[in-house]
Each structure stands twice: as structure tokens, then as C-alpha cells.
Design a protein around this ligand. Structure first.
Ligand code: TXA
Ligand code: MG
Length: 319
């Protein structure tokens, strides 16, 4: 099966108002489609098609040890791919559809291509809430592997324009659903032995998880890279980035928060959800600005603020 990029001749073609039908046909033929979700834009392919999955890794320049999330239309489909114990079921029933990825043991007869899980015995599953992604899942009947639609290590895309800027002609079809509402990747939890660990903080907060589980997560071993994609340097702009910056130098693009307006304020009202929805767009803008360096105002470490600071630390980390 050939990938979808064979016939585009390097020309960037963006189908802002392409129909879902075109996208479904492309996916069924083993091609790639960039699609909006409530978190960030994903680069989707049929997870059961090994050649299509290989094309995702190639297009992103993603290391093959970093597994992909498989998107499903509902809890029932998820149960065909992974084994849900009581706790995993509790999370899925309470928080799906939504920005939560659940890592569970893979079923023996799981039809997903081996490269998707990068040799792990577990599989990462998410049932997204975005109407465009939901329609694509429902109409295609496919389980869609979809990493964020950016070059590996770069800033995640929260608009169709960001996808074009990062991957350009490599993605022949982008479904443009406008800006992503949450703006930050899904919370990832691993559930095993009746306990859960947070592998990646995100829009679903620790407090929400605790309310569902009736108990706190066990601590993830920070020396162990438990989500293989959680490398320290990630989400990185091309310029040096300085954190907790209350003031900025003349040559710095200042991303503000609350009463520190900066060149662009993530949320004048200090609303963390609003700031999350705008963070990656601000980093994209800062990267494209004339200033050679970026400074970011302090962001409180509470609720979604944890996820924002997690992404910012990785963005600031030298490659
Ligand atoms: O919000 C999101 O999750 C977006 C949208 C498109 O759904 N997707 C996304 O995918 O952020 P990606 O590939 O950028 O990040 C997936 C993360 C990686 O850190 C990867 O290591 C981790 O999920 N992951 C995937 N399978 C895993 C597994 N079996 N065990 C642990 N971590 C896993
Ligand atoms: Mg990513």
C-alpha cells in the first residue's frame, strides 16, 4: 500500500473545506490526514495498516521507539484493543469523550500494527470529543493512530496554519476545524494493578482524576521515561526560551500572563484554561517574530498550570 504523498509533487495543498468523505477515502487507502481534535491537531492514519503507520513516523521524523495514541469512537471499541480493568473503565466512563489518554495492557488479538505501540505490551487509547475527529472515526470505521501534527520535537499545532508551517507539503490534506479549544495535549495516565500514574499532565487535572478514582495517583518514577515520548527537550521553538520572566530584554519576545502583559498575554484574567488554549499559538508567533529570544511570564503550578509548566520546561530545555 502506498502512502498518500506520492502524487503531490512537493506542492503544499491545503483542503480547508475538504469533505470528511475525501478524508475517509484517503485514510482507507493508507494515506495521512491532519485532523483537529479538542487538544491539538493530529496526523491520522489507519492504525491497523503498517505502511500507513510507517508513513506517520517518516512524515514527522519521529523516532521509532516513541509509540502512538490510537483514537477510538467509543469505550466499546477501546475494549477490543486494550484490557480495561475496573479502574480503567471508571476513568473511561467518567472522562470520555475528552482529553484523556489511557494506557492499558494490549489485547492478544489487538489488530493494531506493531509499530504503533513500539514494541510495548501496552497501548495508549483515547476517545476524543472534537466533532470533526468524531465524524472521521465514525464514518471511516477505523481506529486512527494520530500523534500531534508537527515535526518531531517541535511545537504542537493548534491551528491548520501551524500544521502547514510545520509539515507543509508532506500533509496533502488538512481538515481545518479552526483553533483547538483546549490547546494542550491530552492527559496521559497508565492504569495497572488497580493503581494509576500520570505519564503526561494535561487538560484533565489531577484533581479530576482523583475525584473519579477516589484516590491519588501513585508517583511516576521521574528517572524512568515512562511515556517514551516524554523526552526532556520537546515542544521546542527554534529560539532560546527563558522561563519565569517578570520582565523581558529588548531582544526578547515576552509572552505574558495575568498582570504581566508582555508582547502577547496568554490570559489577562489569569485564567489557566485560556492560557493553555493559547500557549502553543503564542510560541509559534514568538518563533516567527523578529526577536531572537523568547521569555515567558511565571505561570502558577496549579490545575492545568502543571501541564503548561511541563510543556514550557521541555520547550526551554536545550536540544
Ligand atoms: O492530545 C493528544 O494526545 C494528541 C491528539 C492528536 O490526540 N496526540 C498526541 O500524540 O499528543 P503524541 O504522539 O504527540 O504524544 C503521544 C504520547 C507520547 O509521549 C508517547 O510516548 C505516549 O503518548 N505513549 C503512546 N503509547 C504509549 C504507551 N503504550 N505507554 C506509554 N506512553 C505511550
Ligand atoms: Mg507530540
Amino acid at each position: 500500500m502506498s502512502g498518500s504523498n506520492d502524487h503531490i509533487g512537493g506542492e503544499a495543498r491545503r483542503y480547508g473545506n475538504a469533505t470528511i468523505g475525501e478524508a475517509v477515502a484517503r485514510l482507507r487507502a493508507g494515506g495521512l490526514v491532519a485532523v483537529p481534535t479538542e487538544t491539538v491537531y493530529g496526523l491520522a492514519a489507519d492504525s491497523t495498516n503498517a505502511a500507513a503507520v510507517a508513513e506517520i513516523y517518516r512524515t514527522k521524523g519521529r523516532p521509532d521507539f516513541n509509540p502512538l495514541i490510537v483514537h477510538v469512537p467509543d469505550r466499546e471499541s477501546a475494549g477490543k484493543l486494550g484490557k480495561f480493568d475496573d479502574l480503567a473503565s471508571l476513568f473511561a466512563d467518567a472522562l470520555w469523550p475528552g482529553p484523556l489518554t489511557i494506557v492499558v495492557p494490549k489485547r492478544d488479538n489487538c489488530p493494531v500494527a506493531a509499530a504503533v505501540t513500539a514494541g510495548l505490551e501496552t497501548i495508549a487509547l483515547r476517545c476524543p470529543a472534537h466533532p470533526v475527529m468524531r465524524e472521521l472515526l465514525e464514518q471511516s470505521g477505523l481506529y486512527l493512530a494520530a500523534p500531534s501534527a508537527n515535526r518531531s520535537g517541535g511545537i504542537s499545532p493548534t491551528t491548520a496554519e501551524h500544521v502547514t508551517r510545520s509539515l507543509g507539503a508532506k500533509v496533502p490534506l488538512i481538515l481545518d476545524g479552526g483553533p483547538c479549544e483546549r490547546g494542550i495535549e491530552s492527559t496521559i495516565i497508565a492504569v495497572a494493578g488497580g493503581e494509576y500514574r500520570i505519564l503526561r499532565p494535561g487538560p484533565v487535572t489531577e484533581a479530576q482524576l482523583e475525584a473519579v478514582a477516589g484516590k491519588a495517583p501513585i508517583l511516576a518514577d521521574t528517572n524512568l521515561i515512562e511515556a517514551p515520548g516524554q523526552m526532556l527537550s520537546h515542544y521546542a521553538p527554534s529560539k532560546p526560551l527563558r522561563l519565569n520572566a517578570e520582565t523581558a530584554a529588548d531582544d526578547e519576545y515576552h509572552i505574558g500572563f495575568g498582570n504581566l502583559p508582555g508582547d502577547r498575554n496568554l490570559s489577562p484574567d489569569a485564567d489557566l484554561a485560556e492560557a493553555a488554549s493559547l500557549l502553543f499559538a503564542a510560541l509559534h508567533d514568538a518563533d516567527a517574530s523578529g526577536k531572537p529570544r523568547i521569555a515567558v511570564a511565571p505561570i502558577p503550578n496549579a490545575g492545568i498550570g502543571n501541564a503548561l509548566n511541563d510543556r514550557l520546561r521541555r520547550a526551554a530545555s536545550p536540544r
